[in-house]
Ligand binder design. Structure first.
Ligand SMILES: [Zn+2]
Length: 110
């Protein structure tokens, strides 16, 4: 139970979840998948989207994950995904498990 509370505290805000997802997507910092540019900014109206400073390619931190296109707040998704971490059904679930597995290890071994 304590670990669930810790998880909730760690990912209590939309911003914390976005930052976490961007860190998983670009471990060495932002890299544009279109032109390789390293400069980016985020859209005020769509904070989950990063836009390349050079070619204006847009990429959401949630694309390719089960969070893609959801309107649900990310903290709720994170917690649900965490609690369903043992579910091995489907590619998305596997992807998520791998993704959050990293977060889990990082959170509990340091
Ligand atoms: Zn670019």
């Amino acid at each position: 139970m304590a670990e669930v509370l810790e998880f909730v505290r760690r990912f209590s805000s939309e911003e914390a979840c976005i930052i976490h997802l961007s860190g998983l997507r670009w471990p060495g910092g932002y890299v544009c998948s279109g032109c390789g540019g390293r400069e980016s900014w985020r859209l005020k109206a769509r904070p989950r989207v990063y836009e390349c400073g050079s070619c204006h390619h847009q990429e959401s931190v949630t694309s390719g994950t089960v969070f893609h296109r959801t309107r649900t707040e990310l903290p709720k998704w994170f917690l649900a995904a965490h609690l369903m971490g043992c579910d091995k059904r489907g590619v998305s679930a596997k992807f998520l498990q791998r993704e959050l597995g990293v977060a889990y290890q990082t959170a509990w071994t340091t």
